[in-house]
Design a protein around this ligand. Structure first.
Ligand SMILES: Cc1cc2nc3c(=O)[nH]c(=O)nc-3n(C[C@H](O)[C@H](O)[C@H](O)COP(=O)(O)OP(=O)(O)OC[C@H]3O[C@@H](n4cnc5c(N)ncnc54)[C@H](O)[C@@H]3O)c2cc1C
Length: 407
């Protein structure tokens, strides 16, 4: 379906002539590691954006540089969809690193929809792997496990075959909350049906965001529990959209944003953890104190809810090992481009918030690469746990010269 990677590039990879390493890969171009001064970037956005839908089997072949919004547009006419995340702007980095969607609690992670992967290992050899069956070799099963959730460390993925799922309308609600209301809704949300998910952003104020897949049976349970917490009827603030394609953006509620003449750069660290239960009250108080210490107004803390069917896949089936996770908070540290002092402060602040969140969320969702930051070793240990030595062994075999980010 796609042009192969340029022969001269493959030769350079095979002859270990890409210097300095790692080779950066750009798909959606939404992370800090899609390009960097004095490093090579392989930009997949021009030649790897095809989307081909197979009507009979209901699967889609997409190129390694495809945007999530394009998948939804390509599937809309067929009444199908795909569990993209909170933004359509991300590329296949979203899928390959796990992919937590507002509908993951009922439909699974993005990696749970993958049925075939094509590309090149870090050693330059081409690969094509299908969802393993009982007849697959143990070697192929291991490579598949490595690719699902840790592909960026092992290879360049040029084509992904994914299952599409039936599109359903979504009910959405968004409103400002106080810290006690936030903690209480978090507590309640842990018992909501899988069709509902709760997300929130903490900045100058707190914004809560609920997404409910309309399936008729359990539609109103989340709404009723929020009505009880807020002691008012929230129905007037609800919108119904035709699917993820029209999902409103969750806004960062910030008062003090001055228009900066420079670009804002940021790093994001995502953590993963089990239900917080009563612990949500203490944790939110701590996070409110930490947000007041943030080095600049563009920094924020947010979270999305997972759990539900995402926990049904076995821990050993992919490199996304934190299958018991119910919350994924993420910490965004930001600074004006070129402001090294502010950058250092923001990175320190991320670590400070991580220190507190780690007590509730010991895992890491490695959605962004941080091999340029001092905490990379710590984060890969928290991301892959007991599976890390196996993954490192795979990397030694498939990317022996370290073309791709280090593990
Ligand atoms: C606005 C926004 C909303 C988000 N919402 C969610 C969310 O709801 N759920 C969630 O799980 N995550 C979410 N994320 C995180 C996002 O999934 C990760 O940042 C992801 O890495 C972005 O991938 P990309 O292709 O857009 O970025 P890029 O910067 O292009 O790629 C990121 C990294 O992924 C690797 N990579 C990308 N493509 C390939 C490929 N084809 N082969 C091999 N390696 C590759 C590379 O290492 C690259 O450095 C969000 C990010 C943003 C910016």
């Amino acid at each position: 379906m796609y042009e192969k990677l340029d022969k001269s590039l493959i030769n350079k990879i095979k002859n270990d002539e890409i210097i300095p390493k790692p080779l950066l890969i750009c798909s959606g171009g939404t992370s800090s590691r899609c390009a960097n001064d004095s490093q090579w970037t392989l930009d997949l956005r021009k030649n790897y954006r095809n989307i081909i839908y197979d009507k009979e089997n209901k699967f889609v072949d997409i190129g390694g540089g495809t945007l999530m919004s394009s998948i939804l547009s390509g599937l809309l006419d067929y009444g199908r969809t795909f569990p993209i995340g909170l933004s359509g702007l991300t590329g296949t980095g979203y899928i390959l690193t796990g992919g937590i969607s507002p509908i993951s609690r009922s439909r699974g992670l993005a990696i749970d929809q993958i049925i075939r992967l094509k590309g090149y290992w870090g050693n330059g050899d081409a690969f094509e792997l299908n969802l393993p069956t009982q007849f697959s070799s143990s070697e192929d099963k291991l490579k598949w496990k490595g690719l699902l959730g840790a592909a960026p460390f092992l290879g360049i993925v040029t084509e992904i075959r994914i299952n599409s799922i039936q599109n359903k309308k979504l009910m959405c609600w968004q409103e400002d909350l106080d810290p006690d209301q936030l903690a209480e809704i978090i507590y309640e949300a842990e018992n909501w049906p899988n069709s509902s998910s709760f997300h929130w952003v903490l900045s100058d104020t707190i914004r809560g965001f609920i997404v409910i897949e309309l399936d008729g049976k359990s539609d109103s349970i989340a709404i009723e529990s929020v009505n009880n917490v807020l002691k008012k009827n929230i129905f007037s603030k609800i919108s119904i959209v035709k699917g993820l394609i029209d999902l409103p953006q969750i806004e960062v509620p910030t008062f003090k944003l001055e228009r900066s003449k420079r670009r804002i750069h940021s790093e994001v660290l995502g953590v993963l953890g089990p239900p917080w239960r009563q612990g949500s009250y203490g944790l939110i108080q701590t996070l409110v104190k930490l947000i007041k210490k943030r080095p600049n107004p563009h920094c924020y803390i947010a979270a999305q809810q997972l759990g539900g069917v995402t926990s049904l896949q076995s821990k050993g089936s992919s490199s996304f090992i934190h299958r018991d996770a119910v919350w994924k908070p993420w910490i965004t540290g930001s600074w004006e481009a070129g402001n090294k002092n502010m950058k250092d402060k923001s990175i320190d602040w991320i670590e400070e918030v991580w220190e507190e969140l780690e007590k509730y969320c010991p895992g890491i969702h490695l959605a962004q690469m941080h091999d340029h930051l001092p905490w990379h070793k710590r984060e890969i240990e928290a991301a892959f746990g007991e599976w890390l030595p196996g993954l490192q062994e795979l990397k030694r075999e498939l990317d022996p010269k370290g073309l791709l980010p280090p593990l």
